[in-house]
Design a protein around this ligand. Structure first.
Ligand SMILES: C[S@@+](CC[C@H](N)C(=O)[O-])C[C@H]1O[C@@H](n2cnc3c(N)ncnc32)[C@H](O)[C@@H]1O
Length: 313
């Protein structure tokens, strides 16, 4: 078993990466390090000498980051001695990902998909920034709300659970996945002010829905069947009120083997590459600014672009 005292992070990564190569998914690596509770106020990299052994300090955040970089999850550490703990990292199963599942494009995100087991609202790194964006757009003042790519309605659920008065708001959700829309209809059947349509976003105009005070779209507009720039401009011109607001969520993560793993992935790169994410976010920002919206960009595993109108007329 490895024991790390004053080895640098470069050395540790090299050693652990080699050890992980020998493991199958769901097998664990165990190694001994200085108990992070003994160095809570010390930045990583500073040294501590205990009983004439020199240790490099690192907090749990550093070890968690390392675990994710090595495509593993951290399990509960064990106290090993007065000054050290055993850290345990379990290798993730990279094949256990909805990104690789179901060929039928409409049902890729349906009731039977791995995606239906994902509950983003329970991920602090998602819900915190989403709630912040809702606050930013002053949600209770937005009477008509449209969600594009609503799936089974998690984003509406978060609004209902965090907002005092929703009776006067009208919610409409669109998705071409019929099993997800069926689930959403059942979930919100008690709410007469929430409705759903199984429909293709490429053909929004035929639904004749009118204009909205708030348009939300999370993890959808970058789908390969949609033309991002043209669609965004069309939504702003045809479905958004002049004094309306938008919340757009861009995934900067992958869902793998029960974990939300940081970093967008694109075809032809074996590592996280965020060029497309930045390009699309900046296109939206510039376009919406031209149309007289104030735009903020926040978030981490999901990047949230929030736009509110600054028109005075
Ligand atoms: C990654 S999921 C995101 C769902 C939900 N907003 C969330 O973040 O959990 C993308 C959703 O967009 C839907 N979608 C993709 N392309 C669509 C299209 N052309 N028309 C309607 N829905 C579409 C999918 O069915 C899926 O439910």
């Amino acid at each position: 078993m490895n024991k790390f005292t004053n080895q640098s992070t470069i050395e540790i990564i090299e050693i652990l990466a080699k050890d992980f190569l020998k493991l199958d998914s769901q097998e664990s690596l165990v190694f001994e390090v200085l108990n992070p509770d003994l160095c809570t106020t010390i930045y990583a990299g500073n040294t501590l000498t205990i009983n004439s052994t020199e240790y490099i300090a690192r907090g749990y955040k550093s070890w968690l980051d390392l675990g994710q970089i090595l495509k593993s999850r951290m399990l509960t550490p064990e106290i090993n001695s007065e000054y050290t703990v055993l850290l345990r990292f379990e290798k993730l199963d990279d094949d256990e990902s909805f990104h690789k599942s179901i060929d039928d494009k409409e049902e890729k995100y349906g009731e039977k998909s791995i995606f239906s087991h994902i509950h983003k609202n329970e991920e602090p790194a998602f819900i915190h920034y989403y709630l912040q964006a809702l606050k930013n757009v002053n949600i209770t003042k937005r009477t008509r709300i449209l969600n594009l790519g609503v799936n089974s309605g998690d984003e509406f659920e978060a609004i209902i659970n965090s907002t005092a008065e929703i009776e006067n708001l009208e919610f409409i959700g669109i998705d071409y996945c019929s099993s997800a829309i069926q689930k959403a209809k059942e979930k919100f059947s008690a709410h007469k002010n929430i409705s759903f349509h199984t429909h293709d976003i490429n053909d929004l105009v035929s639904l004749n829905l009118g204009e909205f005070d708030l348009i939300i779209s999370i993890g959808t507009l970058q789908s390969s069947n949609l033309e991002f720039n043209a669609l965004l401009m069309s939504i702003v011109q045809n479905q958004l009120k002049r004094d309306g607001a938008m919340i757009l969520g861009f995934p900067n993560c992958r869902w793998v083997d029960g974990e939300m793993v940081y970093g967008a992935r694109v075809k032809n790169y074996p590592f996280s590459e965020m060029g497309l994410l930045y390009k699309d976010v900046i296109f939206c920002k510039k376009y919406l600014q031209q149309k007289k919206f104030r735009v903020t960009i926040t978030g981490k595993e999901y990047i949230f672009l929030t736009a509110t109108s600054i028109r005075k007329d």
